[in-house]
Write a protein that binds this ligand. Structure first.
Ligand SMILES: Cc1cc2nc3c(=O)[nH]c(=O)nc-3n(C[C@H](O)[C@H](O)[C@H](O)COP(=O)(O)O)c2cc1C
Ligand SMILES: CCCCCCC(=O)C(=O)O
Length: 363
């Protein structure tokens, strides 16, 4: 966006540049960074770039629609919002602005949201899913589930790739702590008490997760959650056929192919490279994908390979940082417009017309 006059962002990279220019360095590093050598972080976007599209012609693309359905809800398009913690780090209106900007899109709200669930729900116009980490203190976990149910959330999303927050070198170097005035207001204070202390070369969130997340959790524990909530259960952080089959066997309602945006296991595959293995094992169970989606073209690749929807993590936060609800709306509109154009130019007027024949190129 260089030059004297401030240009309107017209690519996601412009929103990233605007956020990088305005956010404090340690907040930008928390948002942008990944685990380890950040190989998986880079691979998420590189793997999309290796795919090419196979257009079909003369298919009547006078009416193109990205509309879809997911877990019984109608969606205007298959581009949703991935859960990301602490939106008030980048904008004073936090997750309320995100929910307003979502404008009917699927919105997965982080357990570490920094505004009350009821306020987020009041601003939302599309499906809301509640993301959870499995806490050692099950009473606090259940309290959060009850708050989500009371606020009218539509599903629970259990993140399963984070027995502990991984070492993220940028955050460790910065001794990153969530600043005073920003807090995970929906989680009981007993669990959040030590969340602002970085120590011994760890970021505060890495240290806090080691204290509070339950590392003993297994597939058998899912029954505990299912028995206590009627909401559909989605698992986030699935990358293999084996775990997809276990998810089906345990009655999970959908899975999200995710490597946490390259923030957990460095060396895990790019999500688009893991997608077809998961879709094949899912045998009809809905599969969503997040990680590295940076354009409508990327979204089309994932949808063609079998994802029912894609979620944007960092790009939504860039939009929020740049212009609050309007910025979130602009990011989503940009990706949906690009997706609609890509559907038109590949000759696939509906999502049902998209299949693997639309994509070539592999690892
Ligand atoms: C700043 C930040 C905070 C995140 N917080 C959470 C979280 O609270 N819960 C969760 O399940 N995933 C969290 N994630 C992971 C995202 O849900 C998602 O998997 C990832 O960002 C997708 O990749 P992308 O950023 O390349 O789109 C976070 C990611 C970022 C960048
Ligand atoms: C104990 C607080 C953990 C917040 C984790 C947020 C997250 O998932 C991330 O990737 O950052």
């Amino acid at each position: 966006m260089g030059g004297g006059k401030k240009a309107k962002p017209d690519r996601l990279a412009d929103f990233a540049a605007a956020a990088a220019a305005t956010l404090p360095g340690e907040v930008w590093d928390y948002l942008d960074g990944g685990a380890g050598a950040e190989w998986t972080l880079r691979e998420n976007t590189a793997a999309f770039a290796r795919r090419t599209l196979r257009p079909r012609v003369l298919t009547d693309v006078s009416r193109v629609s990205p509309a879809t359905t997911l877990l019984g809800a109608a969606l205007p398009h298959p581009v949703g919002i991935a859960p990301t913690a602490y939106h008030r780090l980048v904008h004073p209106d936090g997750e309320v602005a995100t929910a307003t900007g979502a404008a009917g899109a699927l919105h997965v709200v982080s357990m570490f949201a920094s505004t009350p669930l009821a306020d987020i729900a009041a601003a939302a116009s599309g499906p809301l899913w509640m993301q959870l980490y499995w806490l050692r203190d099950r009473a606090v976990l259940l309290d959060l589930v009850r708050r989500a149910e009371a606020a009218g959330f539509d599903a629970l999303v259990l993140t399963v790739d984070t027995p502990t927050v991984a070492r993220r070198p940028r955050d460790a170097r910065n001794g990153f702590t969530v600043p005073p005035g920003v807090a995970a207001v929906n989680v009981a204070a007993s669990v959040m008490a030590s969340s602002h202390v970085a120590q011994d070369g760890s970021s505060a969130i890495e240290r806090h997760s080691r204290e509070q997340f339950d590392q003993t959790t297994t597939w058998a524990d899912l029954a505990w959650l299912r028995e206590r909530s009627p909401l559909p259960l989605v698992l986030k952080g699935i990358l293999t056929a084996e775990d997809t089959r276990l998810a089906r066997a345990h009655g999970v309602d959908a899975v999200i192919v995710s490597n946490h945006g390259g923030r957990q296991l460095d060396g895990a595959p790019a999500t688009v490279d893991a997608l077809t293995e998961v879709v094949d094992a899912a045998a009809g169970l809905p599969v969503l994908l997040d990680g590295g989606v940076r354009s409508g073209r990327d979204a089309l690749v994932a949808l063609a390979l079998g994802a029912r929807a894609v979620l944007l993590g960092r790009p939504v936060v860039w939009g929020l940082a740049h212009a609050g609800a309007d910025g979130v709306r602009a990011v989503l509109n940009l990706v949906v417009d690009e997706l609609t154009e890509a559907m038109t130019l590949t000759g696939r007027p509906t999502l049902a017309d998209l299949d693997r024949s639309a994509v070539s190129g592999t690892r």
